[in-house]
Design a protein around this ligand. Structure first.
Ligand code: HEC
Ligand code: HEC
Ligand code: HEC
Ligand code: HEC
Ligand code: HEC
Ligand code: HEC
Length: 428
């Protein structure tokens, strides 16, 4: 028993590692021999979710729950023909003619040439075996991991924290129980041997004794606690409203991590203004509805937030129509320069070829939007002093670039050399 107690730290660490491993194991879906349902899930979101849900509700086309068992069999063969070219199949196939009539004679997209046979196999595998509502959360977390972005889905984060707390709690209780077992046994042994029982030590004395005899283990535990404190402290500090880091609460809890990270949607898809002119722009809810007609959210939290979009645009998901009253959403602005300063996105993004992340940080990892750079005059000027200008960019600036290269042969030209420090460039 004494031995067991000595080995306890080792056991604790081992149990901890085992628990962590289990907590981080991905939940693997039943894979279908013909296609890859996970790849299929992505294709579905990209090409099909605009018109179909994976449930029973109709969007433009029917809900596809259980579709592989209702279409003519063998399902894979029929679905291949249908997805590739439903128009062709409609000429001969009676089932196709029936669903066409049932759905108000709305044509589905022809995917011949857009999707390969292998991709269609993937979608069919996904539809044959769609993840259950709650499971999709782990699927999208797994997708995050493959997309090589920090996969710290907020849900997964809390999930892991809860598991950690349970593990730590269990271990504490376990060690207390073992302690009392040891005491009882030791007492029994002492009685048998006829040795006088040593003075009963309190838990605190025991702990002190343990610390004195286990220096390395104590140091490790202390380090762990300090690290934990630092990590949580850091996260807490980020939560305080400082500028940069300013992040007002938004009417819809929109996460860039879910969109630009896990689902790899390009920034420009939503902020199309950044390539066209001064303002990057916040997308209208119509842009959101391109996807969210079909994507209703894989967990209750997502569902709740996404239903706010429906409320705002007056979408009735059960009818698949914009039949309710609308309630426009007002996003709170995060970045704002004073009116006397002029900043133009396309000048930086298109001509300067700068990544959004250079000024906005790793937005694809943000769960709430926040200001990253200080946006002070010093910040603008520092970068203009340091950043070499792309001399190969053509169009408007080509002539100017040419003149500069002749003026400073062999030198790296920065924005400052081009007049990027002149007051008038940034101030009206
Ligand atoms: C533009 C809207 C639209 C898109 C995009 C679309 N569909 Fe359809 N789909 C329909 C409509 C509408 C029907 C019902 C038949 C009809 O009216 O042509 C349908 C029917 C179907 C059916 C038969 C449903 C049943 O109840 O038997 C399947 C299977 C199907 N679609 C799969 C897909 C897949 C897979 C994709 C993506 C690769 C896709 N669809 C993309 C509109 C669409
Ligand atoms: C699916 C659409 C979508 C995508 C993709 C997207 N954004 Fe956004 N973005 C939004 C919405 C909606 C807001 C306003 C709500 C908010 O601030 O969270 C926003 C806000 C912002 C803001 C703050 C605007 C302000 O108020 O000052 C910045 C900066 C930003 N996005 C940058 C990016 C970058 C960089 C990317 C690519 C890595 C990106 N966004 C991808 C929809 C999107
Ligand atoms: C190109 C497709 C696409 C567009 C456009 C899009 N979304 Fe999403 N959105 C998704 C996907 C995929 C998910 C993840 C769904 C899931 O895992 O259940 C999602 C999830 C969400 C969620 C729940 C997760 C979260 O971010 O908190 C909200 C809220 C949301 N979207 C709002 C918006 C808003 C607002 C817009 C428009 C500014 C928008 N979406 C545009 C594809 C899109
Ligand atoms: C050189 C730095 C820089 C780069 C690169 C940059 N931005 Fe910005 N962005 C800013 C500044 C500065 C503001 C504040 C502008 C203002 O208040 O007038 C801003 C504001 C925004 C806003 C909110 C206000 C608006 O203009 O609609 C969005 C959204 C945004 N940026 C998205 C993007 C996206 C997406 C990209 C990449 C395609 C990008 N930005 C690249 C510096 C930058
Ligand atoms: C990350 C680096 C960076 C930051 C930060 C930055 N700029 Fe720039 N800026 C550039 C580059 C690079 C160019 C040159 C584009 C080109 O011509 O190739 C440029 C060009 C300009 C121009 C055009 C100058 C001309 O010669 O016509 C203006 C105006 C400007 N920036 C304003 C600003 C303002 C205002 C800010 C701060 C709010 C800012 N910039 C922040 C890199 C930056
Ligand atoms: C690259 C762009 C850029 C150039 C060049 C530039 N400024 Fe600014 N300036 C800014 C921005 C952006 C702000 C707003 C900073 C803020 O809100 O903190 C600003 C703020 C100011 C302010 C207000 C100070 C304050 O703290 O609010 C003054 C005064 C000013 N600039 C003067 C000048 C003068 C004089 C020059 C020429 C020597 C100049 N600026 C050149 C971008 C520039």
């Amino acid at each position: 028993m004494n031995n067991l107690f000595k080995k306890l730290p080792g056991l604790l660490v081992a149990a901890f590692v085992v628990a962590l491993t289990f907590a981080s194991l991905p939940v693997s879906a039943d894979s279908n021999a013909a296609g890859n349902p996970e790849a299929g899930s992505k294709i579905f979101k990209q090409y099909c979710a605009v018109c179909h849900s994976t449930g029973t509700n109709k969007i433009v086309g029917p809900g596809l729950e259980g579709v592989t068992s209702r279409v003519p069999q063998p399902a894979a063969e029929w679905m291949h023909k249908w997805i590739k070219n439903n128009a062709a199949l409609l000429k001969t196939d009676t089932y196709a003619q029936k669903i066409f009539a049932d759905n108000g004679k709305v044509s589905m997209t022809v995917f011949d040439g857009t999707l390969t046979d292998a991709q269609i196999d993937d979608v069919i595998a996904f539809l044959a075996n769609p993840p259950k509502e709650e499971e999709t959360a782990s699927t999208s977390a797994a997708q995050g991991a493959t997309a090589a972005t920090p996969a710290n889905n907020e849900d997964e984060g809390t999930h892991t924290t809860i598991i950690l707390l349970i593990v730590i709690g269990t271990l504490l209780i376990l060690s207390l129980v073992l302690r009392s077992v040891r005491k009882t046994l030791q007492g029994a042994v002492n009685k048998l041997k006829g040795v006088a029982a040593p003075a009963d030590r309190t838990l605190w004395q025991d702990t002190k004794h343990w610390i004195a005899t286990h220096k390395v283990a104590t140091a490790c535990i202390n380090l762990f606690l300090v690290a934990l404190f630092l990590v949580y402290g850091w996260e807490y500090l980020w939560g305080i409203d400082v500028t940069p880091g300013y992040h007002p609460s938004q009417p819809i809890n929109f996460s860039h991590q879910v969109h630009a990270g896990t689902n790899s949607i390009a920034c420009i898809y939503c902020h199309s203004g950044a390539e066209k002119g001064k303002v990057a722009g916040i997308p209208t809810l119509n842009v959101c509805m391109n996807c969210h007609k079909g994507i209703q959210g894989s967990n209750p939290e997502y569902k709740k937030e996404i239903s706010k979009i429906y409320y705002a645009v007056g979408w009735d998901a059960s009818k698949g129509a914009y039949s309710n009253p609308t309630h426009p959403v007002e996003w709170n602005r995060v970045h704002s320069l004073p009116d006397f300063a002029y900043f133009n996105h396309s000048q930086h993004v298109v001509v300067g070829k700068l990544q959004c992340q250079k000024c906005h940080g790793a937005v694809e990892t943000f769960t709430t939007d926040q200001q990253f750079a200080p946006l002070t005059m010093g910040w603008c000027i520092d970068c203009h002093r340091q950043t070499p200008v792309h001399m190969d960019s053509n169009g408007y600036y080509a002539k100017l670039h040419q003149a500069l290269m002749t003026k400073y042969p062999g030198k790296t030209i920065t924005e400052a050399d081009m007049g990027g420090l002149e007051c008038g460039k940034c101030h009206y």
